[in-house]
Design a protein around this ligand. Structure first.
Ligand code: SF4
Length: 281
């Protein structure tokens, strides 16, 4: 599928996902968007970034997809909620971009992480890019909220070396308030990954007043420990780096006055995961 747009495109590589990117695919006809989703021949990407050391093992290239059906109150990249805010990129172009990094990634024991947005909004494109990565001998990681995990077949899961599963909060009502969506599909995906013995890193964004309830954290930790396939847990302290995006996009940002968690809260949260035998970072 040709890449159709009359908008001036920024480079596909960004310094960081905190660059605000909007409307870059808005001239793509709706029928082409549907075809892209059905075939995976084209995807919508916020950007590629390089050099990440927190998004999987080794030094990573991260492909940030556009499009997310959740509305997390603390989202750092709300410009990635809308798929057509992203750059329309053919799978050929994405593969070519990835191949530029292949030698460096292997030398630094790194790989490709696909994050977002929610990558599984474009699961066919994501799978094609993972397939291309595997063909180059590149390690693959998927950073997902898991809601659309059932879009992946068991064979698809074999193409993903690591799933980084975002666990937002345990309590169903809190989860709905925080994300706008139900928690159960994420938990079901976690159970399925465990049953398939797929490697998982859990990610937990720690937000004062929203996800710092000790009982909630303890339940999340017990669940993660019982799965048996969670290799590590990343506790990610909330920060305000994405705040400006909410303002620029004219969105109501409810966490304006929320401070990052203090050291004691971070330590207590790490301890809750360690206490059930999990490894934390
Ligand atoms: S799932 Fe991720 S991208 Fe989607 S709204 Fe939540 S934090 Fe933002």
């Amino acid at each position: 599928m040709p890449e159709k747009t009359t908008l001036k495109q920024p480079p596909i590589e960004a310094k960081s996902p905190y660059e605000l990117r909007v409307n870059l695919g808005k001239n793509i006809p709706e029928t082409d968007v549907r075809t892209a989703l059905a075939t995976g021949d084209m995807g919508f990407l916020h950007s590629f970034t390089t050099g990440a050391t927190v998004d999987g093992p080794g030094v990573r290239v991260v492909a940030w997809t556009a499009g997310c059906m959740w509305r997390c109150l603390y989202c750092h990249n709300p410009d990635t909620w809308t798929m057509t805010n992203g750059i329309p990129v053919t799978i050929a172009r994405a593969t070519e971009q990835l191949s530029k990094y292949r030698h460096g990634l292997k030398a630094m024991s790194g790989g490709l992480t696909i994050s977002g947005g929610e990558p599984l909004m474009q699961h066919r494109f994501v799978l094609k890019l993972f397939t291309a990565a595997k063909a180059m001998g590149i390690h693959t990681a998927l950073d997902t909220n898991g809601y659309y995990g059932d879009r992946l077949t068991d064979d698809d899961l074999e193409r993903i070396d690591l799933v980084m599963l975002d666990m937002k909060t345990w309590d169903p009502e809190r989860h709905r308030n925080l994300t706008g969506m139900d928690v159960e599909p994420t938990l079901n995906f976690a159970r399925r990954l465990a049953a398939r013995r797929r490697k998982v890193w859990a990610r937990y964004v720690l937000v004062p007043g929203l996800t710092d309830d000790p009982e909630d954290i303890a339940k999340t930790a017990s669940f993660a420990a019982e799965l048996g396939n969670v290799e590590r847990v990343d506790v990610l302290p909330f920060h305000q780096m994405g705040k400006y995006k909410w303002k620029q996009l004219g969105l109501e940002y409810k966490l304006e006055t929320v401070e990052p968690p203090d050291t004691d809260t971070v330590e207590r949260t790490l301890a809750a995961f360690r206490n059930v035998g999990l490894t934390t970072f």
